[in-house]
Design a protein around this ligand. Structure first.
Ligand SMILES: Nc1ncnc2c1ncn2[C@@H]1O[C@H](COP(=O)(O)OP(=O)(O)OP(=O)(O)O)[C@@H](O)[C@H]1O
Ligand SMILES: O=P(O)(O)OC[C@H]1O[C@](O)(CO)[C@@H](O)[C@@H]1O
Ligand SMILES: [Mg+2]
Length: 529
């Protein structure tokens, strides 16, 4: 008995071609995503892909320590003293005396102020990878060498430092939000402003409409204060507006100089971070004492190394509403088919998580049955006509895979002589224009605070994120070298398969189909995502 899953298997979604296989499957589930297929051989040294700059000779008995040294160098976070070795720090103006200890809680007595100061030591580190894989055949294994040797990889811990490199009264801080919208942007803006004020900063401005705001004289900077941002997190979008494209890096840095801005908080995805890193480098070239700190914003969750980016949870929650509607429509119709297209340019994380969360992504092909199809926008691009268009930032504009599946499904069933009722839902912008949920709200607040702590501590060219639930600073190039992709060998993907019962209906593109993406992307196989 053929199943629809076979009918639409790669190189497919070619429902006609396989229609002759018959159509009497018991029940079948389908989930499509844009995630790639990993050839088993590449799993052996999955991680070495991201370490391609370092040629590792595993026959060298010292390879591990050399690897670790190289890793430390790569994950070193740029500091103001790299360029200004004589920069003198001052004691932090960020007050940590707000604790209200209940003495009785401390059996051995509450630590004195000399022992406890609540700041982060510059040498504190967070373990980047926490699973010891005993074999490269383990699910989601990321091994460096053929023996899957345990290699500790440490990254810098985020948070307030005891010494700061900017006098708050000399700071003019700017916040800019670029790319597309994402739930939680206003929460991050709010928290950055509040934290800057706690340090004592008086000059805080918002740059309107992304990087464009730096060059367009008609767009005035927006003065920001706690009063202005107090309630902004209660609505979605960005208080400052967003945009794609815009001025050159050199023009942006000219504008920073003209405006006297010496702290820039950049909220955006991989494109925005590439811009932030370029701005940081240009400032260094010009010997400007400017701190550039990113906060990763991507609804697609396609930034490397982090547990997840803010807004993702909210988007998944919102996506479920669409899936639920598709499910209800499909189940209420005679031979109903519900199709939902979700965001995910290169990565199918939203589709995978929303499917897993909803438990409703299943296709029943029994005559009285129904089907719910969830597809990530980047999937199956090889099946539809290329638009050859790019947006203002240079990102490729994709064809509409959702509409394609809708049309092909109708054709398929027509040819099979089975009446179907196909309902197509495209909630695209609804999942990213909404307000952040509680867990994203917390994530945004902590990221915003840590961005300010990083800038005051003298770091630049960095971004903030969570690794294994701990907050860290990472050098920008390491998180944007390519988009993070769903790993089909990961536990999460298999959980997704499991949640769709037999899992036989899950479809993903083959390595060949998505060859171009394989070149650009890296799969991340950890359990969290
Ligand atoms: N390599 C780059 N160097 C400098 N600036 C860049 C680069 N790539 C993109 N940008 C700029 O960054 C901004 C945002 O880029 P983009 O539109 O790709 O969104 P993004 O940050 O990737 O967010 P999203 O996840 O919403 O796509 C644009 O103003 C764009 O001009
Ligand atoms: O219509 P816009 O603003 O270009 O945004 C669409 C794109 O933005 C994202 O949400 C983030 O990159 C993608 O998933 C999507 O392709
Ligand atoms: Mg992008």
């Amino acid at each position: 008995m053929a199943t629809l899953s076979h009918a639409i298997a790669p190189p497919g979604l070619d429902l006609h071609r396989r229609a002759s296989h018959g159509f009497s499957p018991p029940s079948l589930r389908l989930l499509t995503t844009s995630c790639g297929v990993t050839k088993n051989s590449s799993r052996v040294f999955a991680q070495s892909k991201s370490h391609s700059r370092q040629q590792i000779d595993f026959s060298d008995p010292d390879w591990k320590s050399k690897f670790q040294k190289d890793f430390e160098k790569r994950f070193n976070i740029p500091h103001i003293t790299d360029v200004f070795p004589d920069a003198v720090p001052i004691p932090s103006t960020f007050c940590l005396q707000m604790r209200t200890p209940v003495i009785e809680d401390f059996a051995g007595g509450y630590p004195s102020d000399e022992e406890w100061h609540g700041y982060i030591n510059n040498n504190d580190r967070v373990l980047l990878k926490t699973i010891y894989y005993s074999s490269h055949t383990s699910a989601g294994a990321e091994c460096i060498d053929p023996n899957c040797t345990w290699v500790e990889q440490w990254v810098h811990r985020a948070g307030p430092r005891e010494k700061i490199y900017f006098k708050p009264e000399e700071v003019k801080a700017a916040i800019v939000t670029c790319g597309g919208l994402c739930p939680g942007l206003n929460d991050v803006i709010r928290q950055i402003v509040i934290t800057l004020e706690i340090y004592g900063v008086k000059q805080i401005v918002g740059i309107p409409y992304g990087y464009r705001g730096f060059s367009n004289n008609e767009l005035a900077e927006m003065p920001l204060s706690r009063k202005v941002v107090q309630n902004v997190h209660l609505s979605g979008g960005s208080l400052l507006g967003v945009s794609r494209g815009g001025p050159s890096v050199s023009d942006i840095v000219d504008s920073l100089e003209e405006r006297g801005i010496n702290m820039v908080f950049v909220l955006g995805g991989n494109g925005t971070h590439a811009g932030a890193d370029a701005i940081h480098n240009e400032c260094r070239k010009r010997q400007l004492r400017v701190a550039v700190v990113g906060v990763p914003k991507t609804i697609d969750n396609d930034i490397l190394l982090m547990d997840k980016t803010f807004g993702f949870d909210t988007a998944v929650e919102e996506a479920q509403r669409a899936i639920n509607s598709a499910y209800i429509e499909a189940h209420s119709a005679y031979h109903g088919v519900g199709i939902v297209k979700l965001m995910g340019r290169s990565s199918g994380f939203i589709a995978m998580h929303a499917s897993l969360a909803s438990g409703q992504i299943d296709i029943c092909l029994i005559p009285e049955g129904s089907a719910v199809v969830c597809v990530a926008e980047g999937a199956g691009q090889n099946l539809i006509e290329k638009t050859n268009a790019t947006d203002a930032s240079g990102n490729m504009v994709y064809g509409d895979i959702g509409v394609h599946i809708q049309q092909e499904t109708k054709k398929y069933f027509k040819e099979a002589g089975v009446p179907v009722d196909v309902k197509y839902i495209d909630p695209t912008y609804m999942i990213r224009a909404c307000r952040a949920n509680a867990s994203d709200g917390i994530l945004c607040a902590v990221l915003g605070q840590n961005a300010v702590h990083g800038a005051f501590a003298g770091y630049s060219g960095i971004t903030v994120g969570t690794c294994n639930t701990h907050y860290v600073y990472l050098p920008i190039p390491e998180v944007i070298s390519h988009p993070r992709l769903v790993d089909p060998n990961s536990r999460m993907w298999h959980r997704c398969l499991t949640s769709t019962e037999e899992g036989g209906g899950i479809w993903r593109e083959s390595g060949e189909q998505r060859g171009d993406k394989e070149e650009r992307g890296e799969r991340e196989g950890e359990d969290l995502t």
